[in-house]
Design a protein around this ligand. Structure first.
Ligand SMILES: Cc1ncc(COP(=O)(O)O)c(C=O)c1O
Length: 321
């Protein structure tokens, strides 16, 4: 019996064409993906709007899911349209107005050699209500722990893909950040520059210019990040994409995380443990409070995902239409 304690309002999940009661398990413990992280996934959000629930940038998430699948050499036995249909059906059957949606493709039950030659690729979709990912207090600004370990480099694995196994590093480092008294972790890349959070991109603001990095810095170019860059430009801000040094990060007027789960979260303090040969240093970002640009972006993003800004209707998929 599986309780939905940490999956509020989840009633059913979708697996291989059928809906199952949330409390019911149908998968075997010997599935390939469970042992080796041979899965790919998406994190998507749907928001309540005046026209019912709307999924934010669904085609872009779906494209990324298929891109991730190609990186791990999956032959996906579904079309993109079928994945969209599964997502919509799961949302509708759960009756959720706003939700976090998790499609997952994985090498399933067949063999346990590292090469999944007899393990079929299967799809599951879950959705549930998920409020502020880092807690309500995070909206007032968080402290990040700059890790002594470097992010997996793009020359080692394609970091443009959401591969299950890569998230082992995110989990270990997220736990370490909390053990060190911070709210979340930040990775430097192998070059020693700011990369990303375990599941978030980083933007900084200096003299009114918003800046973030790209995949050449070993980050996932998040859909929220890309949306915020476009929104910022539309609001008349200058934006820049390029490497962010640690010094630039500490000298920023503002910094914030973006991501589907966290949305837009101000970073107001940092604990720098990135150099094992030096003592850990604490720093304040800007004046230690969420800055005006961050707050402007938070509001603009909320309005857009909530369907209150007609100029961005194209980013919403209404599921009851
Ligand atoms: C490693 C990593 N970076 C950045 C992001 C932010 O991406 P998005 O805005 O598409 O959710 C995510 C979340 O998917 C992530 O897992």
């Amino acid at each position: 019996m599986f309780l939905n304690t940490h999956f509020p309002k989840a009633k059913f999940y979708w697996y291989e064409g059928k809906l199952y009661d949330w409390s019911q398990a149908v998968l075997h413990p010997m599935i390939h993906g469970l042992h080796y992280g041979t899965s790919v996934f998406e994190g998507i959000r749907a928001y309540g709007t005046a026209r019912g629930p709307a999924i934010f940038r669904l085609p872009e998430h779906n494209d990324r899911l298929f891109h991730s699948a190609s990186v791990i050499k999956m032959t996906v036995p579904y079309t993109k349209e079928a994945v969209v249909a599964a997502i919509k059906q799961t949302m509708l059957e759960n009756g959720l107005e706003a939700a976090y949606i998790r499609p997952l493709l994985f090498y399933s039950y067949g063999n346990l050699g590292l090469v999944p030659k007899a393990s079929p690729v299967e799809l599951t979709v879950g959705c549930w209500e998920w409020d502020a990912y880092l807690g309500e207090k995070s909206l007032q600004g968080i402290c990040v722990y700059i890790l002594p370990w470097r992010r997996v480099h793009h020359s080692q694995l394609q970091m443009t893909a959401k591969l299950g196994g890569v998230y082992v590093q995110s989990t270990i480092c997220g736990l370490e950040a909390r053990a060190q008294g911070c709210d979340e972790a930040v990775f430097l890349n192998l070059e020693g520059r700011i990369a990303e959070g375990p599941g978030q991109n980083i933007l900084i603001v200096r003299d009114g210019v918003l800046k973030t990095n790209d995949k050449s810095e070993s980050v996932l170019e998040g859909i929220t990040r890309t949306s915020i860059l476009e929104i910022a430009r539309d609001l008349g801000h200058k934006t820049k994409v390029g490497p962010i040094s640690k010094e630039e990060f500490f000298a920023a007027d503002e910094a914030f995380f973006t991501g589907t789960a966290v949305e837009v979260i101000p970073i107001v303090r940092a604990r720098d443990a990135s150099d094992p040969n030096q003592t850990v240093k604490d720093a304040v970002i800007g004046d230690g409070r969420p800055g005006p640009v961050t707050l402007e972006m938070t509001k603009a993003y909320k309005d857009i995902v909530g369907g209150r800004n007609k100029a961005y209707e194209r980013w919403l998929t209404y599921i009851r239409d």
